[in-house]
Design a protein around this ligand. Structure first.
Ligand SMILES: [Zn+2]
Ligand SMILES: [Zn+2]
Length: 73
């Protein structure tokens, strides 16, 4: 399942959707072309929209939102 990573360029910080095969690999931001390692996936809570980072190896697992406690996949 593809996951979302955040560009590590402080002037960009855009979200990129990458294939799960690229977990831990070097990826290139579609916007600014900065190369960075896809280590952390960004997950957004469907209830309160809080964003959290999880290791990309766990990107498809259920997580609990630290803000509202919603468990989602
Ligand atoms: Zn970027
Ligand atoms: Zn939440």
């Amino acid at each position: 399942m593809p996951f979302i990573v955040q560009c590590e360029n402080p002037n960009c910080r855009k979200y990129n959707l990458v294939e799960d095969a690229l977990c831990g690999q070097s990826v290139e931001c579609l916007i600014c072309k900065t190369a960075f390692r896809a280590d952390n996936a960004i997950r957004a809570c469907p209830q309160c929209a809080a964003k959290m980072r999880v290791p990309c190896s766990a990107a498809a697992q259920r997580v609990q939102c630290p803000k509202c406690g919603t468990v989602f996949q």
